[in-house]
Structure formats: structure tokens, C-alpha cells
Design a protein around this ligand. Structure first.
Ligand SMILES: NC(=O)C1=CN([C@@H]2O[C@H](COP(=O)(O)OP(=O)(O)OC[C@H]3O[C@@H](n4cnc5c(N)ncnc54)[C@H](OP(=O)(O)O)[C@@H]3O)[C@@H](O)[C@H]2O)C=CC1
Ligand SMILES: O=C(O)[C@@H]1CCC=N1
Length: 264
């Protein structure tokens, strides 16, 4: 099987690294395009995949085609490739806001489409991807796509109306977590911990807490309560977080993210 990527920036690079790492598809069966030679040189050196500046060449040489450009470039890229997309080819969108209906209309009909929302932790095999398909994608095709998406993390099929929520809760959310880690490290540095050590302590605590939620099956509130000793240190921190609107900041930020997605 051959897989093509139109656009090879942050997200495509993370996906390609994830796929190669799990040996799902060899680098020689992956082809990627980009706008500039600088990106193609980087991609060829870093990933060892075939590269091209020609989106038609990528389309013609792939069974599965991932549209990995920014959403604003989708119309021009689709207009460029729509006449060479084959009936049996599967096209994967990773863009926020671009619905299956919108994509199909741009292609002019009859295309096998899978709409997804991945995230960059795919790079280390810990991605979270939401996916849905249109009526032309057979069960067999879809199983193949899920196997590829599952090679770089978790994948779940969701109804298309939840795809915008998926952007805020997993597509964009790594950025919020990096800010949290950075802020925690700043706090630790403020009280004397060396910077590099502070990132490690903060990041490992986030990783461990996420695993606790996923592996114990316990409610996050119960896990939080287990950390808060009566009259102790943690509840003091929690009190200040509540006072400063931590919870509400996260919720409102996510609602802004969904609003933006719906306007794309
Ligand atoms: N970054 C993320 O965390 C996530 C991104 N996404 C989605 O993934 C898609 C890509 O995002 P991201 O990787 O971050 O963006 P980047 O800007 O990092 O990459 C975009 C790539 O598209 C290339 N490109 C631009 N125009 C063309 C064109 N006409 N033909 C071929 N290639 C072109 C660019 O080439 P060049 O480098 O030469 O300029 C670049 O390699 C977007 O739709 C985004 O919303 C989804 C989930 C998470
Ligand atoms: O910021 C963005 O628009 C993209 C979509 C999800 C993550 N990055």
C-alpha cells in the first residue's frame, strides 16, 4: 500500500514518523509534497520518504491520500487534484471545519472520504484521533484507515457532529498542556529548581496523571481528592486555582476553539 501526503508540516511529519516507527508502511511507499524546497529537503533527510513539489504526482502515486495543508489551502489543492483522484482511492482530511459534504462538493462527487482530527503526539505514538467516513468508504477500506491511524496512538470513530469538539479536546489540547507544563516549570524555577529538572518533574507528573485517569478508570475528582490531604499543601494550591478561574479558563478556551472551528 502507498500513502501520499499533500503538505508535510508539523502534523504530516508527526503522522509519518508514527507510521514508520510502527513499521505499518515502509518509508519508500510514502510520498509527500510541500510548497518549498526547504521543507522537502528536511522531510527527505529526516523521514527518508519520497518527496515531490507536484501534488498530482503524489495523488497518482498513492492508494491513500492525506490532505495535510492548512484548511485555507484545501480549495486550491482539491481543485488541482480532483480530476486525477481515482474511484478506489481513499482521501483523508485532517483539517478542522471541513465537513464530509463540503469536501465531496469540492471534489465533485463519488470520492471515498475519511474525515479525521489527529494531534501531534502521534510523533511519539501517543496520538488521539477522531474519525468518521462517508458512504463510499467500504468497511474494508475503513478498517485499513483505522489500522493506519491506530499505528500512532488511539483512534475512535465519532459522529461527524462531534468533530468540532474533537478539535478542542484533542486536536488543539496539546498546546494547552504545554502551557501548563511551562507554567508549572516556571513555578518550580521561581522556587529554585533548575529549569531542565523542572520540565522533567512537570511533564512526568502530567504523563502519570493522564495514565491514572486512563488506567484506574476512576473519576478525575476522586483522583484529585486522593492528593488533597486535609489541611495540607495540595488543597491550598487547588483553592488558589479555583479562585483564579483555572477550570473556567479551560472550559471557555475550549468553547472559543470550537467556535473558531465552526467558522473555518
Ligand atoms: N499542527 C497540529 O497540531 C494539527 C494540525 N491539524 C491540521 O493539519 C493540517 C496541516 O497543519 P500543520 O501540519 O500544522 O501545518 P504546517 O503549516 O506545519 O504544514 C503545512 C504544509 O503544507 C504545505 N503546503 C502549503 N501549500 C501547499 C500546496 N499548495 N501544495 C502542497 N503543500 C503545500 C507547506 O509547505 P511548506 O512547508 O513548503 O511551506 C507545509 O509543509 C491543517 O489542516 C491543520 O489544521 C490537525 C490536527 C493537529
Ligand atoms: O490550530 C489549528 O488550527 C490546528 C487544528 C488542531 C490543531 N492545530
Amino acid at each position: 500500500m502507498k500513502i501520499g501526503f499533500i503538505g508535510c508540516g508539523n502534523m504530516a511529519t508527526a503522522i509519518i514518523k508514527g507510521i514508520i516507527r510502527k513499521q505499518i508502511i515502509d518509508a519508500e511507499n510514502i510520498i509527500a509534497s510541500a510548497k518549498t524546497k526547504a521543507t522537502l529537503d528536511r522531510v527527505q533527510k529526516e523521514l527518508g520518504v519520497k518527496v515531490s513539489t507536484d501534488n498530482l504526482e503524489v495523488t497518482e502515486n498513492s492508494d491513500i491520500l492525506v490532505l495535510a495543508v492548512k484548511p485555507q489551502y484545501y480549495p486550491e489543492v482539491i481543485a488541482q487534484i480532483k480530476d486525477v483522484v481515482r474511484k478506489e482511492q481513499i482521501v483523508i482530511s485532517i483539517a478542522p471545519g471541513k465537513t464530509l459534504d463540503w469536501l465531496q462538493e469540492q471534489f465533485g462527487g463519488g470520492v471515498r472520504l475519511v474525515r479525521t482530527m489527529p494531534n501531534t503526539p502521534a510523533l511519539v505514538g501517543e496520538g488521539m484521533t477522531g474519525a468518521c467516513r462517508n458512504e463510499y468508504v467500504t468497511d474494508e477500506d475503513y478498517a485499513t484507515v483505522l489500522r493506519i491511524l491506530g499505528s500512532f496512538g488511539e483512534v475512535e470513530t465519532i459522529p461527524e457532529n462531534l468533530m468540532d469538539v474533537c478539535v478542542s479536546v484533542s486536536g488543539s489540547s496539546p498546546a494547552y498542556i504545554y502551557i501548563l507544563i511551562e507554567a508549572m516549570a516556571d513555578g518550580a524555577v521561581a522556587d529554585g529548581m533548575p529549569r531542565a529538572q523542572a520540565y522533567k518533574f512537570a511533564a512526568q507528573s502530567v504523563l502519570g496523571s493522564a495514565k491514572m485517569v486512563l488506567e484506574t478508570g476512576k473519576h478525575p475528582g476522586e483522583l484529585k481528592d486522593q492528593v488533597c490531604s486535609p489541611g495540607g499543601t495540595t488543597i491550598e494550591a487547588v483553592r488558589v486555582l479555583e479562585e483564579k478561574g483555572f477550570r473556567s479558563s479551560v472550559i471557555e478556551a475550549m468553547k472559543a476553539c470550537v467556535r473558531k472551528t465552526r467558522g473555518i
